[in-house]
Design a protein around this ligand. Sequence first.
Ligand SMILES: [Ca+2]
Ligand SMILES: [Ca+2]
Length: 250
Amino acid sequence: MKRLLSILLILCLPLIARAGVMMMGGGVPEEGAPPVTPDILNETFEGTGYSVPTWSETVGSGCTINEDYDATTVTGAPANWLTQCLQIQSATLVANNTLKYLGSQYPITYTRVEIIFSAWSVASGPWLKQILFTGDTTGNQVWTLSLQKDASNNYHFYTIHYTGGTDVADASAVNLALNTLYRVEVKYDVTNSAWDWKINGVSEGAAAMTAAMRAGLQAFRLGTVTTSEVATYTLYYDRVGIDANEWIGE
Ligand SMILES: [Ca+2]
Ligand SMILES: [Ca+2]
């Protein structure tokens, strides 16, 4: 009998523990709960074409944009990239990008993009290549993400954001490697005058913003935008999200 009670107790322990968590917290997420689902944009590239309408592509001569690329063949891609991701190959001095308008201009945005480079071919640093552009309703630059090659030929992420009536640049000290996943997250919060950006969950420099700021974010472009930097690269994007309230996270 005693043995039977012990077995029953062991079998019931997970239920007792779960009930305890629910009683304690109410809002405490259960273990294994899904991460934040982005409420403005949630693009995973699954299925034929884009997973969210409507993107418009500008494919440069000799370049590739493929939103149906087999994610399982990308070195460094995690399981949650699932079956498809976005591949962008840029040849040289041409614009090569895919653009989406968010439908409204959002004063608070938390953006997440996951990026893997499989090739970058340039002569020598210093050098800069914009790989993500965000704009307001009239197309003014809000913030951008670039790949920087410094004078020592190390690669970094590099941001520019608009605050105090000007473009402010910020280079990360994190040295990047090929075939490696990077989760880049950016907060541009006009309502609370706050800026921050993270690489793999680590802040690269939170800062207060001052007027004039851009009113908000509406245009969102992945890939090469400007045509002034000579370089070629192959990169992959996935799990592109924008949320109006909070960091999306991993
Ligand atoms: Ca697809
Ligand atoms: Ca995917």
